[in-house]
Design a protein around this ligand. Structure first.
Ligand code: 6PG
Length: 244
């Protein structure tokens, strides 16, 4: 593994997702030790799927008191939870169904509802968990799209510039589909954000974002900048191949 501040590169995707699961355990247990609980916002997509499976399997799953962990979602597709497209459905299969966590600690986005209603409902839920400094996730897990999106903050959508909201509905022309996403205001209030990026197709965008370019709304992932927190980019060698 080669390391730069905030960037870790792994020889293979397998080593990346194993390290990601271990990083998550460390962050979760530090949060529980410091504050007695941990709020985690999970990413959808394929890259984190195996990390969730590792997290939900021995030995890692036995290293956390799950009663003190609350899981949220960084975004959701506007589909029912039993849809193959559902981020909740994927995480439930790979993680939630394998650990003993109180069901009330799992906070899914109601993808089965109309996107605006689901967004407003989730906003209310998140504000219920907000402290004096607003809602501060201990960890936000994020992926990276080839177009520079993260969560469901797609380029040239209103959700990217939304102000005064924690959650927004977003219509994604490319998919001709609605999604619900955390806003940058919400994400950037987190204590820690971890990007998991794997595969050659992500190499160009990873370089554009990590090669010191200015934050650019055309690449929403480049706008993730925690006010008081740490961002860790975890890439496999292929995704990092253009970083030099
Ligand atoms: C989603 C994710 C999305 C994902 C990226 C990367 O709901 O799909 O929130 O932002 O992280 O599209 O996806 P992969 O990990 O599958 O490449």
């Amino acid at each position: 593994m080669t390391e730069r501040p905030g960037i870790k590169v792994f020889p293979s995707t397998g080593e990346l997702v194993k390290a990601a699961a271990e990083e998550m355990i460390g962050t979760i247990n530090r949060a529980i030790g410091e504050r007695g609980e941990c709020f985690v916002a999970l990413s959808g997509g394929e890259t984190p799927r195996t990390a969730y499976r590792i997290l939900g399997s021995a030995p890692l799953k036995n290293l956390v008191e799950w009663d003190y962990v609350h899981f949220f979602f960084g975004d959701e597709r506007a589909v029912p939870p039993d849809s193959p497209q559902s981020n909740f459905g994927m995480v439930n299969l790979e993680l939630f169904s394998r650990i003993s966590i109180p069901p009330e600690n799992i906070h899914r986005i109601s993808g089965e509802k109309e996107a605006l209603a689901a967004s407003e409902e989730y906003e209310r839920k998140l504000r219920h968990f907000s402290g004096d400094g607003g809602l501060r996730f201990d960890l936000v897990l994020l992926g990276l799209g080839e177009d520079g999106h993260t969560a469901s903050l797609f380029p040239r959508t209103d959700a990217v510039t939304a102000k005064g909201f924690l959650v927004r509905p977003v219509f994604v022309p490319r998919f001709d589909a609605w999604r619900i996403t955390l806003t940058l205001e919400c994400i950037n209030n987190a204590r820690r954000a971890m990007f998991l990026v794997a595969g050659k197709p992500k190499a160009v965008m990873a370089r554009r974002i990590l090669a010191g370019g200015r934050p650019d709304p055309e690449m929403p992932a480049s706008l993730v900048s925690l006010q008081e927190g740490e961002i860790l980019w975890m890439l496999d060698r292929e995704a990092a191949s253009l970083l030099g």
